[in-house]
Ligand binder design. Sequence first.
Ligand code: C5P
Length: 436
Amino acid sequence: MGFAEFQEAAHEAKKIAFSFSSPLIVHHYDADGLSSGAIVKSAFLGRPHRMWGIKKLDDAAMEKLMNEREIIFVDLGNNERVRELKDVLIIDHHQVKETGKPQINPMMHGIDGGSELSSSGTAYFVFGKNADLGLVGALGDMQYPLTGANKTMCEQGIASGEIRKEIDLRFYGRFSRPLAQFLAYSEEPPVPGIAYSEERAQKLLEDLGIEPRKGEEWRVYADLDLDEKRKLISAIAELISRKRRVEGLVGEVYDLPKRPRRSALYDAHEFSTVLNACGRHGKPELGIAVCLGDEAAYLEASSFLALHKRMIREGVLFARASMSDLGPFLFLDARGIIDEGIIGVVCGMVLQGAQKPIIGIAHGEGDIKVSSRTGRRTGINLGNVMNVAAGKVGGIGGGHSVAAGASVPTDKVNEFLIEAKVVIEMEMAIRQKAKD
Ligand code: C5P
């Protein structure tokens, strides 16, 4: 067990992948699924292959795959019926389900797929290319701060010139947003006094003597010199600390020097949001094209990004106003309000700092989509909670300890919540016992 053994398995997986003459690459539609799908695609450039991005590997998807001869599953693979397929390779990081098919998964080698390596990182170690995309997928799956295998990948990306690591303000849009927007629309966290007001953000810049423009061009945060950055960070910290503790404001940020500067793709975290916007709005192929450097695709993706961010902003406002505390977890009933594609993102954003998990529900396709998120400190394994509770009411669920989801029958929501409560309380009791 360990990293060396994982690397050996990755080497074997590469051999299996390249033994396929014309595989269908079936990948998940979120940021990690798209970046890992793109890593596999870029390894197959010049060789026959097809791509298919999907939301979940359910029975309907399996039905369509039954006649395929060669399939590479990426960020997916957890369906019993995979064993009925012909030649298959699984590149994944979720909890392992035995399918009798070759699989490369950090979980099989003592590396935590929930926090230390995502599918994109796994694909990076298989094919040895695109460390930048590996990092984008990890951040998309909330694998921050980087530890273990993720850290190794990041160091290799720094050595190859694909990644640059800095300690800086962890706001969205360091390279892509004019300064006033950068300050006004930060969600991580919103800055009291200037949040959602470009005018007040502009005023703050004026007070600090920071020029918002250079000639004709708007300046972005990355254009500021060290002194200006220091002034700005102190002012933000001061505004925040009047209301609450300043936490995580400054930390590791990752630039991607080989991607276009002044675009959302230059910052690894923003890149992952662009991919989520593509996938979660039904455009996985666009996300793959963006990963592979297609400029026209990026322009199109930008319009989905604007829509995505607006939907998230509205979703977060709704969630903050209507979340309820059900004891062992917070509950968000967003049926008919928040789209199933972003309910998970919204749950993650409103969770910040909460001491208990959040479970959100939205209308799915003929069922109810459940998303849950928790901070690592709770020690609760939500993948297990979703799996057990959904299973009890005739649904399916799974995922990681800090981010998991499920689909449950429309008329079984209450039962599902009761089951989830039972499992969470059981996990908390076990944890408490271990502490005593
Ligand atoms: O959809 P959401 O972002 O909430 O999913 C969080 C995690 O849970 C993802 O890794 C996803 O693959 C997993 N999941 C799952 N089974 C489901 C729904 C989500 O394993 N039915």
